[in-house]
Write a protein that binds this ligand. Structure first.
Ligand SMILES: Nc1ncnc2c1ncn2[C@@H]1O[C@H](COP(=O)(O)OP(=O)(O)OP(=O)(O)O)[C@@H](O)[C@H]1O
Ligand SMILES: [Mg+2]
Length: 242
């Protein structure tokens, strides 16, 4: 079964007395284990699409299925349960809780799931080790570099064993070397755990690491390429989007 299926999704926003169409009858299926890059110029609807898949927002028309479950049929409570069970998020600004240590930040989504403290600690420590931060569990966010903070955020997304991790420009606040390391880390986590990744990004070097590249334009997917068909490779100048 597909991890995510979108059927004829439309989403528009009211702006003064006009309507902006962000997504227009869009269809998309994401399978387990895919490593998908979502591109498109600023305003093309990338964040809108991620928010719909993450059940943070609802479409005006069409249906979103997560694991075959139609989101429109769920209550808010059921949606948040589904989110916490199947979906991980990584944000551009990391969104860590400043007063908590790295370990406590990663433990947090497990506490929300009422996982017993001992088990939650052990799983959080394991997730931090997976992202190379075994020695940093007791640090607070302000005692970590940007790349390390993003690793903590990745561990927090992974710790619940989601089926899909949604990332909105996860490398936007990082220098290019750190960004590449983060992408390589996400790639190896994708191969090791089989978790599906969908990330919006403007960084072209990411393309050589993707298994599939989607491009949004005017509310539609105008390109959907599998990795073996990709023409852009790392270090090629490429078209800078956004
Ligand atoms: N809450 C909102 N109210 C009004 N318009 C919105 C809202 N959210 C998004 N839009 C509009 O919908 C369109 C898609 O926005 P979206 O944020 O999805 O783009 P994006 O591809 O993520 O852009 P960026 O690369 O700049 O992050 C844009 O025209 C935007 O102005
Ligand atoms: Mg965006």
């Amino acid at each position: 079964m597909a991890v995510v299926e979108l059927q004829a999704i439309s989403r528009s926003f009211e702006l003064g007395n006009t309507r902006v169409t962000a997504l227009d009858k869009l269809d998309l299926t994401l399978e387990k284990g895919e490593f998908v890059v979502l591109r498109g110029v600023s305003g093309s609807g990338k964040s809108t699409l991620l928010n719909l898949i993450g059940a943070m927002d609802a479409p005006d028309a069409g249906e979103v299925f997560i694991h075959g479950q139609a989101l429109s049929s769920l209550s808010d409570k059921q949606k948040s349960q589904l989110r916490s069970r199947y979906i991980g998020f990584i944000f551009q600004a990391f969104n860590l809780i400043p007063v908590l240590t790295a370990l406590e930040n990663v433990q947090y989504p497990l506490s929300l799931q009422k996982v017993p403290d001992r088990e939650a600690k052990a799983r959080a420590a394991k997730a931090l080790a997976q992202v190379g931060l075994a020695d940093f569990v007791d640090r607070r966010p302000n005692q970590l570099s940007g790349g390390q903070m993003q690793r903590v955020a990745i561990a927090r997304a992974l710790v619940t064993n989601p089926d899909i991790i949604l990332a909105d420009e996860p490398t936007a606040n990082l220098d290019s070397e750190t960004s590449k390391q983060i992408m390589d880390l996400l790639g190896s986590l994708n191969r090791e755990t089989g978790v599906t990744f969908l990330f919006a990004t403007h960084h072209d070097f990411v393309l050589s690491r993707a298994s599939r590249v989607l491009e949004l334009k005017d509310g539609h997917i105008v390109k959907d390429e599998q990795a073996h068909n990709l023409t852009l490779v790392e270090n090629s100048p490429g078209e800078k989007l956004g």
